[in-house]
Ligand binder design. Sequence first.
Ligand code: PCA
Length: 201
Amino acid sequence: MKKLLLTGFEPFLSFSVNPTMRIVGELNGLELAGYEIVGRVLPVDFASSGTELLTHIEEIDPDVVISLGLAGGRYKITPERIAINVKDGAADNEGHIPIDESINLEGEPGYFTTLPIRQMVNKLLEEGFPAEISNTAGTYLCNNVMYEALHYAKTTKPDMKAGFIHIPASHELAIQHGKIPSWSHEDLKRSVEICIGVFAE
Ligand code: PCA
């Protein structure tokens, strides 16, 4: 069976839980849209998140990689259009703060997603979930992981589709955080399933 690597992230900065972790854990091992879902959680660490992702890709040999990240403060499900070759951000979980660094000195300035993001957004809206394409994944870990997957696909595994979806906070996180819009865990998870479901079409 075809395989879909679904990644999430551990908690970071002021976000004491990361809803992507729970979604990835619950979907791990399921069969959706004709794909075996393999869930993995990545560290919020500039030095190791890329290599961990590539190690998973090499072990699992997925046909599709969908990485999930929390975008605390966003209201909608936002599949990302582009990853850029920049690391510049707040401190990661190891305390590292990159400034104006490249992710890969030999890589392209940017890579467009190879996921069917327009169909994902249309399907989410049809099913009643607020969604729109995002034109920036930022310059923190989420952009970093998206860039690494697309660079690897471009240079080493051209048939592999890859990209990134940012999701809002869960209610659980919003209660702890105090100042961010949130969705129920069930709706967040259902939205991710809908995005994966596009691959059945
Ligand atoms: N979101 C962060 C990194 C980890 C996560 O879940 C981001 O948007 O870069």
